[in-house]
Each structure stands twice: as structure tokens, then as C-alpha cells.
Design a protein around this ligand. Structure first.
Ligand code: SAH
Length: 477
């Protein structure tokens, strides 16, 4: 940024314009519009300045500029046709700490005039920092056509109600949403149609209705959003919208940093991370937290890895919301099985190899072996996807073989699937645990068992990081 765009309060401030030609007249007029008190210093006046003088809108000082003329001024514009006079004025103003603009000499300016779209009190200022004034003006013209004339009246109306709304709706999040609705809804349409009194009435009602909602704890809402397995490209449009409109996001350990980067910048973030054995927030505390936040009138996003309804306890969280009468919406996500399989080049079903696919949890309690229907899972011509299966991998593979699955059945483990940290370990049900142990793998990981695993050799397209000390491509080795 070459210049900092700021808006200067010139009301009643003394401004000096050096020069009496048409450019000086334009600058003087701009300063007058902003409420400045203008003196034009020049030996001669052109017609435009003379007219402003005749209207009594500015003062005239008939002389050649000297640095001592700056005394008592808050702002200087050097617009004379004498370059050395302008340069002298710039130097003198700079020395006295007075903001100065020299027409057509950006390098001598401590401030520049932007091109302005004036919908007072709403102002749009466009500047190229003196580099391409014509470009700035072209852009201004486009904005000028885009912004309805009534925007000024709308901003003015908002300004008049601002303090009232603040007093009635003290919660910042609720107040922001209220204004967003008002400024994009019927109130705005009425103002733009020139029907300001009706708009005011509408706004009065809206404030009262919103206040009632607030006092009865209404308007809070929970979005249960699936963030997908990691790659932010796999977030749904609905999920993106929810996290960009959220007041608060309660998120899990599995939600990738890249996705958290997309959350609205001033939303609160609450970590509710969960690991197999170490719960950062116990489930009932999370449920209660969602209720509490919604009761405060907030737009809450409960953001979970993958899909909320697949090993995500989404159902339990909704149960609590239902009991407490909190409105909610579920935004599904791409579950780890779908994401990891796609990024590993492993179709979960295939007409030749697998007619069905099962998603199972490998998070089995120690010493329990009858917790899954092993007989069913060990049958051929299907694909088995095991979530949370890293710790129990050896036992899972042993159970599958014990129940009749061929030890040579291909099996793969995908670490941090769909992210640029993705690693793939491929083997068979017999040797996968050993290969995984050698590769030094960490959570989250997904295990896929079935003939379809072999297809990755042909179909893999995504380049993650190959695991150290393991051959990622050859199941037979
Ligand atoms: N609701 C999530 C699953 C939560 S259970 C979903 O639909 O995907 C957590 C398990 O999901 C992890 O232990 C792991 O098995 C799997 N998982 C989630 N993201 C993963 C990823 N990027 N790579 C590999 N496995 C992942």
C-alpha cells in the first residue's frame, strides 16, 4: 500500500488552495463539499474560482505564494501552473507537518485525492496512488452505476437507528445478523424505492421482533457440518457457507487446518478434539455446550471430520438439540472411506471384484473379539473399510483370517488420506500389520480390505508422500 486510505474530517478546517485556474477550482469545490473553509491563494483568478468567490463560498488571497502563507492552515493543495511554486509549497507544508497534495505530482504528495462515489454518508473512494488516475475513474464510473442512488438514504437511516439497535440488541453477533438482514431485505428495498417512512416503520417492527426473539432465547441455530476427510476442496458448498456465516465453530481434531482457515475470521473457535482414548471434552459436555451457545442466540457450527453420521456421534448431538428444542440442520460431508478410496485409486465397489462394501469400526475394546460379525466380514466379493483400525490392526487381520478370509487378500492402509501428507501402505491381510509397523504410521488411518485394493496400481492418481521404509506399490513383495 503506497497510501493509507482514510477519511478526513474537514468540517470547519482551514484549507489553502494555491492557484486560480480550473484545476484549483475543482479541488476547492471538493474541499467545500467536505465542509472545509477554503482560501484560494493566487495573483489571478480564473472564471470558475471567481464564481465561487462571488457566491461567497471561499476567500481569496491575491498574491504569489511564500512559505509563511501556510500559517493557520490544516491542509494544502498546490494547483498552480508554476511547478516551482508547487514544489516550494510541498516542501514548506511537509516541513510544517501539514498534509499536502500537489496536482499531478504524486511523489510530492503526502495525500492524494481519490475518485469518489458519493452516497453520503456512504462514500466509496478509489485510488491508484497517482499511478493511473484514469483507471481509478473508470472503476469509479462502474461503481457509480452499480450503487443505487438510494444507498445514501439507506446508510443515513441505519445511522439514525444505530444507537437504538445497539441498546436493544446488546449481543454483537445477533446485532450483526440483524443488520445484515435489514440492509439486504425489505427495509432496504423500501428505502431504495424512496419510501423512507414505511421503511422506518418496518425497521421499528423488526427491532421489536428481534428483541422478543432475543429475550425468549430464540434464533440460535446449530449446523452439524461434515468437513470431509481433509482436503478443503472436499468441503460441500453448504458446509462452506455455514462456516463462513458462523458465530462460533466447535471443531474436532480431525478437521484439517486448511479447512479451519476458511472459517469466518471473527468467529469464535472451540476445540472439542477427540482421540480414541483421550476425550478433550466428554460427549455430554459437547452436547451441553452446543445447547448453551445456541441459547445465546448464536449461529453455531459443529464441525466434524468426514461425515457427521458416520462414526461421528452426530446422532447423539442431535438428540440433545431435539430434547432442548434447538433448531438444527445437518450438512453431510464426504466420509473418510469415500475420500481416501478416491485419492488412493481404490474403487470401493467394482463389478468384477466387490458387490458390496461395509464400513466398520476397528475401535474394539481390549479382549473383546465377538464385537463384530467376523463371519460376515470375512466373506469374499466384498470390500471392507475399517475406521479407527490402526491400534487393533493385527487383531482385526487375525480375526478375518481365522474366520476364513484368504491371507493373500489385498489390504491397504491410508494415512491422512486426501491431504498432501497422505501415505499409502499396501500389502495383504497377512502382512499389512507388519508393513504398517515398519512404516511408522500415525493417525488418522483407514484400512481397506478386498480385491479392489489391487486396482490402485492402475488407478492411483494422487501423489502423497511415500512412507519411509515401505514399498507403497507392491502388495506381493
Ligand atoms: N465421521 C468421520 C469418521 C470419524 S471416526 C468420517 O465420516 O470420515 C475417525 C476415523 O476416521 C479415524 O480413526 C480414521 O479411521 C478415519 N479418518 C478420518 N479422516 C481420515 C483421513 N483423512 N485419512 C484416513 N482416515 C481418516
Amino acid at each position: 500500500m503506497r497510501f493509507l486510505p482514510i477519511f478526513l474530517n474537514l468540517a470547519g478546517k482551514r484549507c489553502l488552495v494555491i492557484g486560480g485556474g480550473p484545476v484549483a477550482a475543482r479541488k476547492a469545490a471538493t474541499l467545500l463539499r467536505a465542509g472545509g473553509t477554503v482560501t484560494v491563494l493566487a495573483p489571478e483568478l480564473g472564471a470558475a474560482v471567481a464564481e465561487l468567490l462571488a457566491q461567497g463560498r471561499l476567500a481569496h488571497c491575491r498574491k504569489i505564494f511564500e512559505p509563511s502563507d501556510l500559517a493557520g492552515f490544516h491542509l494544502v493543495v498546490a494547483a498552480s501552473d508554476q511547478p516551482q511554486v508547487n514544489a516550494l509549497a510541498a516542501e514548506a507544508a511537509e516541513a510544517r507537518g501539514i498534509p499536502v497534495n500537489v496536482v499531478d505530482r504524486p511523489e510530492l504528495c503526502s495525500f492524494v485525492f481519490p475518485a469518489i462515489v458519493d452516497r453520503s454518508p456512504l462514500l466509496v473512494a478509489v485510488s491508484s496512488g497517482g499511478a493511473a488516475p484514469v483507471l481509478a475513474r473508470l472503476l469509479r464510473d462502474r461503481l457509480e452505476r452499480m450503487l443505487p442512488a438510494g444507498y445514501g438514504a439507506l446508510a443515513e437511516l441505519a445511522g439514525r437507528f444505530r444507537a437504538r439497535v445497539k441498546a436493544s440488541l446488546p449481543q454483537p453477533a445477533r446485532r450483526r445478523r440483524f443488520w445484515e438482514r435489514v440492509l439486504a431485505g425489505p427495509v432496504a428495498q423500501l428505502v431504495l424505492a424512496g419510501r423512507v417512512p414505511e421503511a422506518e416503520l418496518h425497521l421499528e417492527h423488526a427491532i421489536q421482533a428481534e428483541k422478543r426473539e432475543q429475550d425468549t432465547g430464540g434464533n440460535g441455530f446449530v449446523f452439524l457440518v461434515g468437513a470431509g476427510p481433509g482436503d478443503p476442496d472436499l468441503l460441500t458448498l453448504g458446509g462452506l457457507r455455514a462456516i463462513q456465516e458462523a458465530d462460533v465453530v466447535v471443531y474436532d481434531r480431525l478437521v484439517s487446518p486448511e479447512i479451519m482457515d476458511l472459517v469466518r475470521k471473527d468467529a469464535d473457535r472451540i476445540y472439542a478434539g477427540k482421540e480414541a482414548s483421550r476425550h478433550t471434552l466428554p460427549q455430554d459436555r459437547i452436547n451441553a455446550l452446543l445447547v448453551k451457545l445456541a441459547r445465546e442466540g448464536k449461529r453455531v457450527v459443529r464441525l466434524k471430520g468426514g461425515d457427521p453420521f458416520i462414526f461421528g456421534r452426530g446422532g447423539e448431538e442431535i438428540d440433545t438439540l431435539l430434547e432442548e428444542g434447538i433448531p438444527f440442520q445437518v450438512v453431510p460431508g464426504i466420509t473418510a472411506a469415500a475420500g481416501c478410496a478416491a485419492y488412493a485409486g481404490i474403487p470401493l465397489t467394482h463389478r468384477d471384484y466387490a458387490q458390496s462394501v461395509s464400513f466398520v469400526t476397528g475401535h474394539l475394546k481390549e479382549g473383546e473379539s465377538a464385537d463384530l460379525d467376523w463371519e460376515h466380514l470375512a466373506r469374499p466379493r466384498q470390500t471392507l473399510v475399517i475406521y479407527m483400525g490402526l491400534k487393533g490392526l493385527a487383531r482385526i487381520c487375525a480375526q478375518l483370517m481365522a474366520h476364513g478370509l484368504a491371507p493373500e487378500t489385498p489390504a491397504a492402509l491410508i494415512e491422512q488420506g486426501t491431504t498432501h501428507r497422505q501415505r499409502l501402505v499396501v500389502g495383504t491381510v497377512r502382512d499389512l500389520p507388519e508393513r504398517v509397523a515398519k512404516a511408522g504410521i500415525g493417525a488418522p488411518t483407514l484400512v481397506i480390505v478386498g480385491e479392489v485394493v489391487n486396482l490402485h496400481r492402475k488407478l492411483a492418481w494422487f501423489r502423497g508422500t511415500p512412507p519411509a521404509g515401505a514399498d507403497p506399490t507392491s502388495p506381493e513383495a
